[in-house]
Design a protein around this ligand. Structure first.
Ligand SMILES: Cc1cc2nc3c(=O)[nH]c(=O)nc-3n(C[C@H](O)[C@H](O)[C@H](O)COP(=O)(O)OP(=O)(O)OC[C@H]3O[C@@H](n4cnc5c(N)ncnc54)[C@H](O)[C@@H]3O)c2cc1C
Length: 390
């Protein structure tokens, strides 16, 4: 199939990247009546590196957009309790109904990204997978006015647009091509290994912390649990070189003997996945004719599991700014995003540094929880246009 077939020569918005940031932005802009093209070089429904946990603001966004019932109907377990383990001390927190949602969840990306992009397509967005951005088009004033796109068969097509959005992840080609400057750089970096396990008996999600290691147990689709083992990036290679399954169990054992015994008895589905760690960044996320959303503009260490929530939140803010269309609206988007993100970024950076005692990491989690509550409250104060609901 020619994935470039019958593209229009001009769109209001072209979005590069069709996962949580790009698909959600396409959905909201298409619902607002914009002519949207969203492309991704990966295949429809494919998986990506992630441990899936959504924080409350992410679940609230899905609920606001009318997509939470679809996510839950796909067999995503509702998470009503989250437990933090600091060495031998355990603290369980019941998820209270707030901001219109009574639980958290952790949908597989094969579920969440597909639901978002299907909703974008239903709202009228032109969606193309198997298509890669190769170059930007610019006018004589250097404003971005379009893109050159390629498919895997050597086909190449140019499209024009008013705004081009980079939702193309951590290694964003759009950010590189527009030379978006990083003005905040992370220092604390964790690496992790994770896998999916059947037959794990656990209530809710669990987050374990001991000196120089962490682990987590997150219930996800198909009756499976995503289980991860984290260490500081500086220790990643030495820890996981060689027999990765053995090293994985050893990091779990360091966190909790019960956890490693449970996992040793459970069945690993597929193979373990590894992420060696990348420092966080906050980047310039708008310029003449372009904007960035999701990891392309703002990435922080996955140890606090807030990247998908950020992507969904910032899709709401960016689409609002584009629909607003006034001069300064994109600058206001970046300002709003940064205001919502700075505390979360700094706390995450400290947690991912692993330079803490157990009492200190407990205090960092209390700060994280307060920052996430503030995030929900500030977002609740931002009027959501009626067309953003299904
Ligand atoms: C190991 C790990 C665990 C994580 N766990 C969690 C978690 O538990 N909870 C959480 O909230 N977050 C987690 N995150 C973070 C989360 O996965 C990201 O924040 C999120 O995926 C960002 O979404 P995005 O849409 O911005 O980018 P991505 O999901 O990276 O999607 C970008 C898309 O752009 C496409 N693309 C890139 N370049 C091009 C191009 N040139 N042309 C066309 N398409 C292109 C790619 O194919 C990709 O599909 C984790 C991350 C990692 C690495």
């Amino acid at each position: 199939m020619n994935t470039l077939h019958a593209l229009k020569p001009r769109y209001d918005v072209v979005i590069i990247g069709a996962r949580c940031a790009g698909a959600a932005t396409a959905l909201l802009l298409a619902r607002a009546g914009c002519k949207v093209l969203v492309i991704d070089r990966s295949a429809y429904g494919s998986d990506t590196l992630s441990t899936h946990a959504l924080m409350r603001m992410g679940v609230v966004q899905l609920e606001r957009w009318g997509l939470l019932p679809t996510v839950m109907a796909a067999g995503t377990p509702a998470i009503h309790m989250t437990t933090f383990h600091y060495g031998r001390e355990s603290i369980s927190v019941r998820i209270k109904p707030e901001h219109g949602v009574g639980h958290l969840c952790a949908p597989r990306r094969t579920v969440l990204d597909r639901i978002l992009i299907d909703a974008a397509r239903s709202a009228g967005a032109d969606v193309r997978h198997g298509v890669t951005l190769c170059e930007l088009q610019r006018d004589v004033d250097n404003r971005v006015v379009g893109a050159w796109l390629e498919n895997g068969d050597g086909g190449r097509v140019g499209v024009r647009c008013d705004v081009l959005i980079g939702a193309d992840g951590l290694q964003s080609a759009v950010a590189r091509l527009v030379e978006a400057e990083s003005y905040v750089q992370g220092m604390g970096v964790s690496g992790c290994v994770y896998g999916y396990f059947q037959n794990v008996e656990r209530d809710g999600s669990h987050w374990h912390f001991v000196e120089n290691a962490a682990a987590g147990v997150i219930p996800t689709n198909d009756g499976q649990h995503c289980i991860f083992a984290s260490v500081p990036r500086s220790a990643f290679t030495a820890t996981f070189r060689g027999d990765i399954e053995r090293a994985f169990l050893q990091v779990l054992e360091a966190n909790s003997a019960k956890l490693s015994a449970d996992v040793a008895r459970a069945r690993l589905i597929g193979r373990l996945h590894a992420f060696a760690g990348v420092p966080g960044h906050i980047r310039q996320s708008h310029g003449p004719g372009w904007a960035l959303v999701g990891d392309a503009g703002y990435f922080k260490d996955p140890l606090t599991a807030h990247g998908i929530t950020d992507a969904l939140r910032d899709a709401e803010l960016l689409s609002g700014a584009i629909v607003d269309g006034r001069p300064g609206a994109l600058a206001a988007y970046q300002h709003q995003r940064d205001g919502l993100s700075r505390d979360l970024f700094q706390i995450t950076d400290s947690i991912a540094s692993f330079r803490w005692s157990l009492d200190e990491v407990k205090a960092l989690h209390a700060q994280l929880s307060a920052a996430m509550r503030a995030e929900c409250e500030r977002m609740a104060g931002i009027a959501v246009p009626a067309y953003h609901a299904a």
